[in-house]
Design a protein around this ligand. Sequence first.
Ligand SMILES: [Zn+2]
Length: 225
Amino acid sequence: MAKRSIAKKTTTRRAKKAAKRQTTARVRSARPVPLSSVIFSGASPSPADVIAIPPTSTFNQGLSSADERTMLRLLDVPGAKSRDCTPVTGPIRRRIKSRVDVGPFNVSGLDIAVDSLKAAFDEASEQIPDVVALVKTAGMLCVRAKRTNPNSFSNHSWGTALDLFFGQGVIPQGSPKTYRGCLQLAPFLNRHGWYWGAGFSGRSVDSMHFELAKETIERAVRREA
Ligand SMILES: [Zn+2]
């Protein structure tokens, strides 16, 4: 008796799966397939999928990474060029906002960065709430040197950079891969003046890293003057 009911359940499940497959096929053929789902060949796409970074011409348009010279000129020395996170001791100290809820999590960072992050996530939660619900942060403010160059400050030192990940862990710097969720969030962050680290070249490529672009910081400082 028990055996028969299990067999029946299996059959029903199979039939349901087949019906679902057909529906999915119909929906797929009705609209253009996005590039991200061509790269990923699995079943249902998830923000936690690891996929190849698309061509750099498809994001960061009109935005560039804020180099150390620009950062020092506009925001001064933030603290010590240490290996690990050290306290902010520079003049930006009074501009740091601590543990602010920006939607998916709390962050500490420079006032203009925290405010624009909140605006970007507000917009994203209206259009891609499933992605915003799963995004996690690996940190924002951290006064330290760059991992790839101990002579240069990381932009995290001014609290204008943010690291994001999905699933269980971060995608390390140097990997040409990204979480699909970071790719989905990139247009929102780009629109609010954030540069995506997936555009860095060679071993500097860093898909978990977003930073307030050079243009955005220059504009904000000009407005403050
Ligand atoms: Zn970073």
